[in-house]
Design a protein around this ligand. Structure first.
Ligand code: SAM
Length: 262
């Protein structure tokens, strides 16, 4: 049994390792180094979160999640405006090579417009909501002559035959409570369930981007997950203007945007 204690004015962390074979490198000093590093990181993370939390907006409490796979949603229900700078950053990354882009989730078409502004070779969009597909059909009329293709359905049912892309932009949300339980609870990030699929549909050197739900850096768990499927990634922090009554479960004034490469 091993005990460690970390104290500061604001907190006290007590670690009890019950199994002596848990983290058991050749030397005791190595074990100490690993345990100390993990504890120090935890304290550093909490200290950073303390500063970030002081800037959180209160937000609105949304409790139930009715099925929205075919719901008639307003613009703000599909995506609130505070996400626009994230869409811009993701659109620039996914279209970096001006190649063949796959976008999952048309929504309001904001990101689609931003991707088009980057001049890409082709733009394939997967969307499952019939009413959102109606929005897409109207939007498409404003882009005659561009190679834009809509795939109507769930990405889970349709992506298989689509082949490889130079860029993949993933921005969906949980469609119902089951998806919430499956994709949000216990995940490092909502897009986690899509990581292997993205890796399977990316050309070598291609870029995958998604909504990270990370405030100012990536957690080690998030980085390890990325390295499981991709060989490298870059990230940048996008500042956000958050409305005090934001409906989404996001309250911080920044989000990290990631570009992952095979
Ligand atoms: C947050 S919105 C996307 C917003 C978009 N990026 C924009 O800029 O307007 C999410 C979209 O993903 C779609 N969606 C959710 N789950 C999906 C799935 N499994 N397959 C295909 N589309 C999905 C929803 O219908 C919705 O239109």
């Amino acid at each position: 049994m091993t005990r460690r204690l970390k104290r500061s004015n604001e907190l006290e962390i007590s670690l009890l390792v019950k199994d002596d074979n848990f983290i058991n490198p050749p030397h005791a000093a190595q074990r100490n180094a690993l345990l100390n590093r993990a504890l120090n990181e935890f304290v550093t993370d909490l200290t950073a979160l303390d500063k970030l939390a002081a800037r959180f907006v209160p937000g609105a409490t949304v409790t139930d999640l009715p099925d929205r796979s075919q719901a008639d949603l307003s613009d703000e229900e599909i995506m609130e405006d505070w996400q626009l700078p994230i869409m811009q950053a993701m659109a620039e990354l996914v279209a970096e090579q001006h190649g063949e882009v796959l976008e999952i989730g048309f929504g309001r078409g904001v990101a689609s417009e931003m991707i088009q502004a980057q001049k890409v070779k082709s733009h394939t969009i997967i969307e499952c909501n019939d009413l959102v597909v109606g929005r897409y059909n109207d939007w498409k009329k404003g882009h005659p002559g561009e190679d834009i293709r809509l795939v109507h359905g769930l990405w889970q049912d349709t992506i298989g035959g689509l082949g490889l892309f130079d860029g993949i932009f993933f921005h969906t949300y949980p469609l119902n409570e089951d998806e919430y339980m499956e994709y949000v609870n216990g995940s490092v990030t909502f897009a986690e369930h899509f990581f292997p699929v993205a890796a399977a549909h990316l050309r070598p050197g291609g870029v995958f981007t998604y909504l990270t739900n990370e405030i100012d850096s990536l957690s080690r768990a998030h980085q390890r997950l990325l390295f499981k499927h991709f060989s490298s990634f870059s990230m940048k922090v996008v500042p956000l203007q958050m409305p005090a009554d934001v409906k989404d479960t996001w309250w911080a004034d920044s989000m990290v945007v990631v570009a992952a490469n095979l």
